[in-house]
Write a protein that binds this ligand. Structure first.
Ligand code: ATP
Ligand code: ZN
Ligand code: MG
Length: 497
């Protein structure tokens, strides 16, 4: 990797008038021999290859390898120069980055067309050359380092592309009897138990399907949450960017988010043209509205991230661990690109999210206890055929969690059930051990200083319904007795002509 930087340092007085040429030469030579080599292996580091003093301006050309990157060298140099010129009562006003080129070896197949803070990209003969558009502020914010990390991420993502996430069967239930072989969504519609809502991937659940959902929820509370000591909380359903920056979702949520916007001002006059346009045309002037609102975040996507603002920045006394809570207070939203299907894959869905925090061993132990409780529900109450698989998404591997031991402890168990009508397996819930990701991201500490871990489990109510109804059908006599009595009578209302 090679870095070539041309910068001008602007000073408060004329350097050429006050500092003698030999003195400057000596300063530059000293920097080349010491400061710009510090921390690099012998023979490596950065080098001032040319300089010129013109009145209040010092022009510099720096070349470096990856050990002391040229922008780091420049920041070091600015500091040192400040001290040196200070002796002559000259201050540094600022820096101007005229050119910054970074060249590296690069696989030809992976084309890079656009990067932030890069005005031009040349890619040829196994090399990638970036021409950066950065100022002093961007250097201080380590933008060049972040661009290089981004390139590493892209390389890694390309390596994983097409490969499915790691999938390993952990458990398979017994074979069960199926009493239905059709698509349950179609049957639900036919019976008038659900109806497609006005929005994309959004349904209205009638009294019958709602009663089934609420029964699932009650089963979950009675069989899992209460016996394991989970307390109910209410998590926000509108999520600000700060939360998604801390949870890591800001790295990739953009194509799937439902965005939330607020008016730039509530002044009715500001909105008068929109109101008038609507009154005259009966059409919503969406473009006009877009110019008058600003984005402030998005709708709940993963359900647990906004919870973390509760313990954010706090210190937890060891003796209250593990903390165990759950939320069932609202919907989640995802713009699902392909495969929106019935109640199986939705843009608006209902989920119970279970979250636990503790020391590493406690978090792993909680995950095991949840797994045991879930198995009992699926086996005895719902009597479904399902399997459990250990999955590790590629982004976890990318975050450096590639050590085998770590991959066995941190990761997700997907619960999947077969849908008899199409033979496909559908994930209907999961259990994740997230390691120290959330406590770290939200700066939550433990009083003893030990490492804090957390886990979460998302139970999709529509997915439970899709799986149960696909396997057990709509003849309630065929439903497992315990579940039938838990549901009770299904209401008969909304009969349309
Ligand atoms: P899938 O692979 O099916 O898209 P996912 O891996 O995106 O699922 P998670 O992000 O792990 O799902 O979410 C946890 C749970 O939330 C899922 O197990 C499922 O029950 C539910 N869920 C996720 N996306 C949807 C959706 N689009 N419609 C209905 N339920 C969903
Ligand atoms: Zn979660
Ligand atoms: Mg998904």
């Amino acid at each position: 990797m090679e870095f070539r930087l041309k910068a001008n340092i602007k000073c408060s007085g004329s350097v050429s008038e006050v500092v003698s040429a030999p003195e400057i030469t000596e300063f530059m030579r000293d920097c080349n021999e010491g400061l710009l080599k510090k921390g690099a292996p012998p023979g490596c580091g950065a080098e001032i290859v040319w300089w010129n003093v013109a009145g209040e301006k010092i022009e510099l050309k720096l070349v470096s390898d990856r050990f002391v990157r040229a922008h780091d060298a420049l920041l070091r140099l600015k500091n040192e120069l400040g001290k040196f010129l200070g002796k002559h009562r000259i201050g540094i006003r600022g820096m101007e980055i005229e050119d910054y080129e970074i060249a590296m070896e690069w696989e030809a197949e992976l084309r890079i067309k656009k990067l932030p803070f890069v005005k031009e990209i040349k890619q040829e003969e196994g090399r990638l050359k970036l021409f950066l558009d950065v100022d002093e502020f961007a250097l201080e914010k380590r933008i060049p380092d972040r661009i290089l990390r981004l390139l590493e991420d892209k390389k890694e993502a390309a390596r994983w592309k097409g490969k499915k996430e790691h999938w390993e069967l952990l458990f398979e239930s017994n074979k069960k009897s199926f009493y239905f072989d059709k698509d349950p969504t179609e049957e639900l519609i036919k019976r008038g138990w659900i109806k497609h809502a006005a929005g994309r991937g959004q349904w209205i659940y009638g009294p019958q399907s709602t009663k089934i959902f609420r029964t699932f929820e009650r089963v979950l509370l009675d069989e899992v949450c209460k016996p394991l000591g989970y307390e109910e909380m209410i998590f926000p359903k509108f999520v600000t960017w700060d939360v998604w920056k801390r949870s890591g979702h800001a790295k990739g949520i953009f194509p799937e988010a439902y965005y939330v916007c607020t008016p730039k001002t509530r002044d009715p006059e500001f909105w008068e043209d929109v109101m008038d346009y609507y009154k005259v045309t009966n059409e919503i002037p969406v473009e006009m509205i877009m110019g008058k609102i600003e984005n402030v975040g998005g709708m709940c996507y993963a359900q647990c991230p906004p919870f973390w603002v509760f313990p954010q920045g706090e210190t937890i006394p060891d003796e209250i661990l593990p903390i165990k809570v759950f939320d069932r207070s609202g919907t989640s939203y995802r713009y699902e690109s392909g495969g929106l299907h019935g109640i199986e894959r939705l843009d608006e869905f209902h989920r119970v999210e279970i979250v636990w925090i503790g020391k590493k061993e406690q978090v792993i132990e909680q995950s095991k206890q949840l797994q045991a409780k879930y198995r009992r529900i699926f086996d005895e109450l719902l009597d479904i055929e399902w399997r459990e698989a250990w999955v590790t998404p590629w982004f976890m591997a990318q975050e450096g969690k590639t050590g085998l031991a770590e991959l066995k402890e941190v990761g997700t168990i997907d619960y999947e059930a077969v849908l008899p009508y199409n033979g496909k397996w559908l994930e209907f819930q999961n259990v994740s051990v997230n390691g120290d990701k959330y406590p770290k991201g939200f700066n939550v500490k433990l009083q003893s200083g030990a490492e804090l871990w957390s886990g979460c489990s998302g139970v999709g109510l529509e997915r439970w319904a899709a799986v149960f109804l696909a396997q057990k059908g709509f003849d309630t006599d065929k439903w497992p007795a315990k579940f039938r009595s838990a549901v009770g009578e299904l209401p008969e209302v909304f009969r349309f002509l």
